[in-house]
Each structure stands twice: as structure tokens, then as C-alpha cells.
Design a protein around this ligand. Structure first.
Ligand code: ARG
Length: 495
């Protein structure tokens, strides 16, 4: 589209900030994100982001920390319970505040713009892109492995494949919300099926008598005494596999009938994933002894190699599909956070714009992926997960606190779903523990850097948001990018 066409289409530019605004003639579709997420795709957005690479590799991390089969299973169940309590809290928040952006919208409403700004700053710049790149790296390892049967996949190849995955997922999301939602459903079905295969192998293995490590005497035999910080670290590993339980809350405005579908999708998804995860772990422990599990690089693949014979390729293939789908779900939700924050003036204006024909938030999608591509470069994957969890739980805790606070500050707000206060209260306690335990057990300067990073957001908040300073050249950059990407600010929803 030429600049002239653009002018025609967007008659009248918004004089205040200099951006071109879409003013559609009557009868023409408004430039807006459409409500394309139904119950099915809602479940897929949760389940399909939760199930990524974690359940195929993290059982080793949990077992390493707590040392026994029984405690491991308890940790996996506990992680499911915490996620469920968090998600039920978010069900009340999401039906009370029907805005996209998840925690951002809730923190804004409860505590005002500064905590919301710090949340979006940390998530948009750091957490969302780093989780996308972490999942893309797992995808890359599993795609590359068949080509290097005798050795580990070279680093450069892994990084290249991860970049391809991010670019592909972003392009699909930029092209169509409908396509992205369908892809999500398709890959979710594959990964649930794959876990079904793993659980099936477990049932078979139990049936032929491999129950030794699941008997009470053996299950609670641990290699070492479990300290309170071991439990914390084990929870970190498990909770990474459950992360994504809040994903649907980022897209509330795009859910059809959100008051029904958001809580329903939550209540279907989290128990389903918990059940699948716990049973998958039972399967692993029936097929392998704890020491074999600790020696295995990827537990699910070891299980497949032992029991699936010529079909053992199914497992790595499933991990590839699973991680690809999780990247898609991550990208989908992260872009909505960035888009919502930009709409409120907390991010540069271009990120609040929508492609005028495809009706996708393409600038936000591209921005998220651009940072994720940069984050592929450093090597330390475990570190990414650890610092990710530390900061993520700070915000999950504050959001659950906002639920409790708003019961007092906004007692009359309409709440179609009321979650008992005990749930957010327990999540607040759990998150305090998760934040403090690793700092005490392994004090590390990185936690300080993370805290400094979060607070550094204020250096941007005060000049650009609070005092509203807009460098004059910004409006030209915005206009140039608008013409380049064919995007415009969303028009008002038809009443
Ligand atoms: N649970 C996923 C996995 O096991 C990771 C999810 C990352 N979080 C997110 N919001 N994308 O791989």
C-alpha cells in the first residue's frame, strides 16, 4: 500500500501524537482484534503452553533435588495444586477485569500504574522473550538430534534452528489470529496424545510387574535428607513445566463469552495437565530406577527407546511438536501483553497498532520475537529458567495479593466468579517462599541484578509516562513504521 492509499484509508491523522489513525467508512470492518478464541482454543492456549519441554526433561531436576520417587511425585502434585490455586484466583480477576494483558491489567486496577508498568517492563523486555527463546532452544535440540546421531548438536546449529522456529511462529501469528489459534489446537492435540503414549507405556510396564520403586518402602527411600531449600529448588523445576497456566488471561478481550469460557477453560486445563504430568512421572519411575533416570539426558526419550522399539522416534518427534506449539502459545499471549501496555501509553505507540487488513498485533509480535532472538545468543539455559522463575513468582504473588486487596478496596465490583480468598492467600505464601528460599540457599548476585533490572523501569516510567515527554522525532519514526508495516491504532469497538 502506498503512502497515498494509507492517507486515503486513514483519513485524518491524529494531531495529538502524530500517528495515522484508521477511520473506516461505514460498513467497512473496524481495525480491531476480533473475538476468535472459543472454549476449545482457550483450553489449547493454556494446555498447549503449559506442556512444552518441561515434562519431557524436568523430572530429572525434581528427582535430583529431593532424591526419592515419593517426594518427587508429591512435588509434581504440589506444583499442580499451586498452579490450580493461582489459576482459580486469575479466573476471578479475569472475569472481573475483562481486559487483555493478564497481571498487567489486574496490578493496574489494584495498585495503580507504577506496579503495572514495572510488571510489563520486566515481562515485555525480559521474561516473555526469554521463555520463548528457552522453549525454542529445546525445540532446536530435538530437531537437530537426528542429524547428529553420535554426538551433541553443535551450538551454532541449535541457535540457528531456534531462530528459525521463532521467526516461523511469529510469521504465522502475524498472518492470522485464526491460523495461530488452529495451530495451537492441532499441536495441543499431538502433545496430549504423546503424553497418553508415555502413560500407556507406564501402565503396561506396571502391569508386567515393574512396581518396585512405587512401593511405599522404596518410594520414600531418599538418597539424602531433604532440606527446605531442596524442596524450593525442586518446585522451581516442576513449576517451570506448569508455567503457562495464566496464558489465557492475556487475551481476555479476544475470548468469546469470557465470563463463561475463561473460568471453564481454566477448570478443564489445569487439572488435565496435572493428571497427565503425575501419571507421566509414574510411568517414568515404573520404566526406570531413580539412578537410571538421573543418568538419562532426556527421560521421555529413554522411556521410548526401552519400550517403543522401532517406534521410539515418536517421542523426540512429540517433543518437537510440543515445543513448537508452546512457542506459538507464548508468542500469542506475550504480544497481547505488549499491545495492551502500549495502548495505555506504557510502551511506544507503534506497539499498540494492528495490521489494517490482517487484524493482528504485528508490531507487538515482532518486537517480542526480536528480543527473543537476541536472547538465544547467551548459553546458560538453566540460569534463564532460574532467574525467570524468581522474577515470575514475584509477580504471580503480587497479582494474587491484588485479588485480596481488591476484595477490600473494590468490594462492590461485579465478580461473576468468586474464588475463596484462601487460594490467593496460599499462593502469596508459596511465592514468598519461592522468592526467598533460593536467595538464602544459594545467594547469588544475579538475584540482585534482577531486582535492579525491575526497578530500573522507573528510569523510563517517570520521564516518558509520568511527565509524558515524547521526543519530537518519535512521531516521524512511528509514522514511517506505520507505513512500512501497514498498521494503525485500533478503532473504537462498535457499540
Ligand atoms: N511450561 C512450559 C514448558 O514446560 C514453559 C512455559 C513458559 N512460559 C510461558 N508463559 N510461555 O516448556
Amino acid at each position: 500500500m502506498s503512502a497515498e492509499d494509507m492517507e486515503m484509508k486513514h483519513r485524518g491523522s491524529d494531531q495529538q501524537n502524530g500517528s495515522l489513525t484508521a477511520k473506516e467508512p461505514p460498513g467497512v470492518e473496524t481495525v480491531q482484534l476480533k473475538k476468535r478464541v472459543g472454549l476449545f482454543s482457550g483450553v489449547a492456549l493454556i494446555v498447549g503452553t503449559m506442556i512444552g519441554s518441561g515434562i519431557f526433561v524436568s523430572p530429572k531436576g525434581v528427582l535430583r533435588e529431593v532424591g526419592g520417587v515419593g517426594p518427587s511425585l508429591l512435588v509434581w502434585t504440589g506444583c499442580g495444586v499451586i498452579s490450580m490455586m493461582g489459576a482459580l484466583t486469575y479466573a476471578e480477576l479475569g472475569t472481573m477485569i475483562k481486559e487483555s494483558g493478564g497481571e498487567y491489567a489486574y496490578l493496574f486496577k489494584a495498585f495503580g500504574p507504577i506496579p503495572a508498568f514495572l510488571f510489563q517492563w520486566t515481562n515485555v523486555i525480559l521474561l516473555k522473550p526469554s521463555s520463548l527463546s528457552a522453549i525454542a532452544l529445546s525445540f532446536a535440540i530435538y530437531v537437530g538430534q537426528p542429524f547428529y546421531p553420535a554426538c551433541v548438536v553443535p551450538d551454532a546449529v541449535v541457535k540457528f534452528l531456534a531462530a528459525v522456529c521463532i521467526v516461523l511462529v511469529t510469521s504465522l501469528n502475524c498472518i492470522s489470529v485464526k491460523v495461530a489459534a488452529r495451530i495451537q489446537v492441532f499441536f495441543t492435540a499431538i502433545k496430549v496424545l504423546a503424553l497418553g503414549v508415555i502413560i500407556g507405556v507406564g501402565i503396561y510396564s506396571l502391569a508386567i510387574g515393574n512396581t518396585l520403586w512405587l512401593t511405599p518402602e522404596k518410594a520414600f527411600q531418599t538418597g539424602h535428607t531433604i532440606t527446605i531449600s531442596d524442596v524450593g529448588l525442586a518446585f522451581y523445576q516442576g513449576l517451570w513445566a506448569y508455567d503457562g497456566w495464566n496464558n489465557l488471561n492475556f487475551v481476555t478481550e479476544e475470548i468469546q463469552n469470557p465470563v463463561r469460557n475463561l473460568p471453564l477453560a481454566i477448570m478443564i486445563s489445569i487439572p488435565l495437565v496435572t493428571l497427565l504430568y503425575v501419571l507421566a512421572n509414574v510411568a517414568y519411575f515404573s520404566v526406570m530406577t531413580p539412578s537410571e533416570l538421573l543418568a538419562s539426558g532426556a527421560v521421555a526419550v529413554t522411556l521410548g527407546n526401552r519400550f517403543l522399539g522401532v517406534m521410539s522416534w515418536v517421542i523426540p518427534f512429540a517433543v518437537v511438536c510440543s515445543t513448537f506449539g508452546a512457542c506459538n502459545g507464548s508468542c500469542f499471549a506475550a504480544s497481547r501483553l505488549c499491545y495492551t501496555a502500549a495502548r495505555k501509553g506504557h510502551m511506544v505507540e507503534i506497539l499498540s497498532m494492528i495490521h489494517v487488513k490482517l487484524l493482528t498485533p504485528s508490531p507487538a509480535l515482532m518486537f517480542n520475537s526480536f528480543i527473543a532472538l537476541i536472547m538465544i545468543i547467551p548459553n546458560d539455559f538453566d540460569a534463564i529458567i532460574n532467574y525467570f522463575s524468581f522474577a515470575a513468582w514475584m509477580f504471580y504473588g503480587s497479582t494474587c495479593l491484588s485479588h485480596i486487596v481488591m476484595r477490600f478496596t473494590q468490594p462492590d465490583a461485579e465478580r461473576p466468579i468468586r474464588t475463596p480468598v484462601i487460594f490467593p492467600a496460599l499462593v502469596v505464601i508459596a511465592s514468598l517462599y519461592l522468592i526467598v528460599a533460593p536467595i538464602i540457599s544459594e545467594p547469588n548476585l544475579w538475584y540482585l541484578y534482577a531486582a535492579i533490572f525491575i526497578l530500573a523501569g522507573l528510569l523510563f516510567y517517570f520521564p516518558f509516562v509520568y511527565f509524558g515527554y515524547h521526543p519530537p522525532f518519535m512521531k516521524y519514526i512511528t509514522m514511517f513504521l506505520q507505513l512500512l508495516m501497514n498498521v494503525s491504532p485500533p478503532t473504537e469497538a462498535p457499540k
